[in-house]
Design a protein around this ligand. Structure first.
Ligand SMILES: [Mg+2]
Length: 376
């Protein structure tokens, strides 16, 4: 498949009028257990950038109130200089990267920069009166969508039942958590799912960085016969050398990127031959501007790019080089009732809507029940 090179529409000349930040807390029940976290809450910052009666939206999420609180002042700090300025996402994001050089180009500063970038791109497309994918120069595409589930708290039979149920509900694939303390049990959990589902369905595993190099290597070797679509975050996401070694030796594709910050880190991942599949996360990769840079670099290297979460936004993103359409991740129950206007998975596929921009807004339920504070 030839790489498409997106050609985003130029700035409209509109001026940013306001930047508004809302913090939301939404319970996750039952909690999702991964290799490292037990997630009982998504704590979000939703930022709106407004102009001419339109509001572009971006967001960050974390797993506790205090984590989310650390992002709010940075959104206000980086949002303030946008007010009164021409709306130009790539220029203002490049400037924000320079502004955060002192406090750090990772973590909360990059989350804030990224959410503002997404909000500016959404607003830009809205002001042009076209969907975001069109403003990014990408055709309206239908993407495959898979479900991220398979809590580490679930045993083999429970996982098999969950996988069958979710795949029947309309996903092209199922991803379960691995990375527990007992390798045998995780092998058994994956095999139970593989035996229970249609061989045509995609099957992925995610260790959420919990394993050592040796554990991840041993696990990969024991599942050689299964044709997993990918093995995600097998080890520490910053252990580039370890990732490269595993990518060279593992029988299945190795995927990661959600925990890596900014296009420069992805350049390191590409240069080091660290991964088979890149998974940039819109609040950590530098927003849509960062994603486009990563996509171009990945296309040059011939690697597929599949976005991490941000299911409401991902269908608008251009596809990279590599086999098949873009593969989008959906985590049911975290964000579904937070936003109105999000595209919904349908028979394993997901397409962007026709509304200008992202077509997203906070749902009446979220405004009533989840918002815990508003800042401007
Ligand atoms: Mg993951």
């Amino acid at each position: 498949m030839a790489a498409r090179s997106p050609d985003p529409a130029p700035p409209t000349g509109a001026t940013v009028e306001r930047v508004v930040v809302r913090r939301l807390e939404r319970p996750v029940a039952p909690p999702l257990v991964s290799g490292i976290h037990k997630i009982a809450m998504v704590a979000m910052n939703v930022v709106e950038v407004t102009s001419a009666g339109r509001a572009g939206l971006g967001y960050t999420y974390a797993f506790s109130r205090r984590e989310a609180e650390s992002v709010t002042p940075l959104l206000l700090h980086l949002g303030e200089p946008l007010v009164g300025r021409a709306l130009d996402p790539r220029a203002t994001t490049a400037e924000a990267w320079r502004r955060i050089n002192f406090i750090g180009r990772g973590g909360p500063p990059v989350m804030a920069l990224s959410a503002l970038d997404v909000a500016c791109w959404d607003l830009h497309a809205q002001l042009l009166g076209i969907p975001l994918h069109a403003a990014l120069g990408a055709p309206r595409s239908e993407h495959e969508v898979y479900v991220a589930a398979g809590s580490l708290a679930l045993g083999p039979e429970e996982l098999a039942a969950e996988a069958r149920e979710l795949l029947a509900a309309g996903y092209a694939g199922y991803k379960l958590r691995v990375g527990g303390p007992d390798l045998d049990r995780d092998v058994e959990r994956v095999r139970a799912v593989a035996a229970a589902i249609d061989p045509g369905a995609k099957l992925m595993v995610d260790a959420n960085q919990a394993w050592t190099r040796a554990e991840a290597g041993a696990f990969a070797g024991r599942l050689e016969d299964l044709e997993l679509t990918f093995f995600e975050e097998p080890i520490d996401a910053e252990d580039l050398e370890g990732l490269a070694a595993l990518t060279a030796s593992a029988p299945m594709p190795i995927a990661a990127g959600e925990s890596n910050y900014g296009p420069r880190r992805f350049a390191d991942l590409l240069a080091g031959g660290c991964l088979d599949v890149l998974q940039p996360d819109l609040m950590r990769c530098g927003g849509i501007s960062g994603y486009l840079e990563i996509l171009a670099a990945a296309a040059a290297a011939g690697l597929p790019v599949h976005p991490h979460l941000f299911t409401e936004i991902a269908p608008h993103l251009p596809s990279g080089d590599g086999p098949g359409p873009q593969l989008i991740e959906h985590l049911p129950g975290w964000f579904d009732d937070v936003f109105a206007g999000a595209p919904r998975p349908d028979r394993g596929r997901l397409s962007p809507g026709d509304a200008p921009g992202l077509g997203l807004s906070l749902s009446p339920l979220a405004l009533e029940r989840y918002v815990v504070g508003v800042w401007e």
